[in-house]
Design a protein around this ligand. Structure first.
Ligand SMILES: *Cc1c(COP(=O)(O)O)cnc(C)c1O
Length: 421
């Protein structure tokens, strides 16, 4: 039935997510892919195992290299993002690291924006000791990156919606510009999610997610994924790391990851966490619709509060309002930042809230709040913080699926408490 459906119908988001390919277990008919909680897979003869090891026969050998539950999750991400293949990793950070190390060598340069997720900024600093240098711009805009491009520039890396700066990349124009220069565009689309946009349809070459966030959706497992569009033509002279893999054509990038650096570094996803993601991601659109509605209503409420400055891309006051309409049909995602006037007031508001949890995560079904300057940006100097839209009085809110009246009422009483002090 499902097979027929796939042939005759052009499916919309949810139908495709649930039915595009059978994500259950062909061996037993289980409708949900079981957790293959095993390290190794045994074969009846050494010849069979030899064939599997040498990619001459389909099969699994060892969970670091491949596992049916993890494969099912990867396939589903390919369906969601419209790539040619995906590789799941132990975390979003390992996905970012491996996506880059797969093609970069000592002496190469990355261009990235300084408003990136703090962990990614720290990673770029770590890569410096391996001879990989990152040149930072304030925003990934053509006029800012053009002067920094040289022969060593091998990757431009951006978050489609910066976390927590909430700046939005003009992805179609930037990717067209980069492709003229022969440079691939790597997009961390964690905060946008495939529900808001499929970056590959807008020119992204490699898409990365921290699937710990909206894809998992329940805040119950850390993981990441790398999805390849298959569109970038890797010149193996410019990218010698791929030299042995040129024969795989558009699969060169994925082949080197899977047969080389990803399996050798060993940051594989556990079958249990792949399973948690598979269950969670089935409700991605439902959650994102509800979260988006809640976030817009909360942002509108914040705008009406005296002394509170709000940043949310689908508010007309955001400089990214038009881009948000064009790219995401006006949906603004799940993150809002507000400025309260002082660090003391930010802490007072957070201490008065009853519903949101104070935690360093996004993409949970629960609303979470954090004071970024004293936590995720504590290692950054003031300039870097402010480039990321993080001030001493900033609170980041990751909006959940609670009932909006309860959330609004809770924030209202927390703000009201400020005046009494
Ligand atoms: C959380 C996050 C990461 C890191 O992912 P982990 O799964 O925590 O390793 C990377 N990029 C963005 C935008 C994130 O929000």
């Amino acid at each position: 039935m499902s097979v027929l459906l796939r042939v005759v119908m052009k499916m919309k988001f949810n139908t495709e997510l649930l039915h595009n390919s059978f994500m259950g277990d062909k061996a037993t008919g289980a409708t949900v892919m079981p957790i293959y909680q095993t390290s190794a897979f045994a074969y009846p003869s050494p010849e069979k195992l030899e064939d599997v090891f040498n990619n001459k026969a389909f099969g699994f050998a060892y969970t670091r290299i491949g596992n049916p539950t993890v494969s099912a999750f990867e396939n589903r991400m390919v369906v969601l993002e419209k790539g040619i293949g995906a590789i799941a990793c132990a975390s979003g950070m390992s996905a970012i690291t491996l996506s880059l190390l797969n093609v970069l060598s000592a002496g190469d340069e990355i261009i990235a924006s300084s408003g990136l997720f703090g962990g990614t900024i720290d990673l770029f600093q770590d890569l410096q000791s391996f001879g990989i240098t990152t040149r930072f711009v304030r925003h990934i805009e053509i006029n800012e990156i053009a002067p920094l491009i040289n022969d060593k520039t091998k990757v431009v890396f951006a978050e489609l919606i910066g976390n927590p700066a909430l700046d939005i990349v003009d992805i179609d124009n930037v990717s067209a510009f980069l492709h003229q220069k022969g440079i691939p565009f790597f997009i961390d689309s964690t905060t946008a999610t495939p529900y808001l946009i499929r970056p590959i349809e807008h020119g992204a070459d490699i898409v990365i997610h921290s699937t710990s966030k909206y894809i998992n959706g329940g805040g119950n497992a850390v993981s990441g994924v790398i999805i390849d569009s298959g569109n970038f033509r890797w010149d193996t002279e410019r990218y010698p790391a791929l030299a042995q893999y040129g024969k795989f054509g558009k699969f060169a990038y994925l082949s080197r990851l899977r047969n080389g650096i990803w399996r050798n570094i060993g940051a594989c996803l556990s079958p249990m966490n792949a399973f948690m993601n598979m269950v969670g991601m089935e409700t991605l659109a439902l959650r994102m619709e509800r979260i988006g509605d809640n976030a817009l209503k909360l942002a509108e409420f914040f705008s009406s509060v005296e002394g509170i400055e709000v940043n949310y891309p689908s508010l007309p006051s955001s400089p990214y309002y038009e881009r948000c309409r064009k790219l995401f049909d006006g949906k603004g995602g799940a993150i809002i930042t507000i400025r309260t006037g002082s660090r003391k007031k930010a802490f007072a508001v957070m201490n008065r809230l009853h519903i949101p949890l104070i935690a360093t995560n996004i993409g949970d079904v629960r609303t979470l709040v954090i004071h970024p300057a004293s936590t995720i940006y504590t290692h950054s100097d003031i300039r870097k913080r402010e480039n990321a839209g993080v001030y001493d009085d900033t609170i980041r809110i990751s909006v959940g699926i609670e009932d909006i009246d309860d959330l609004t009422e809770d924030f209202a009483q927390a703000f009201a408490g400020l005046k009494e002090e």
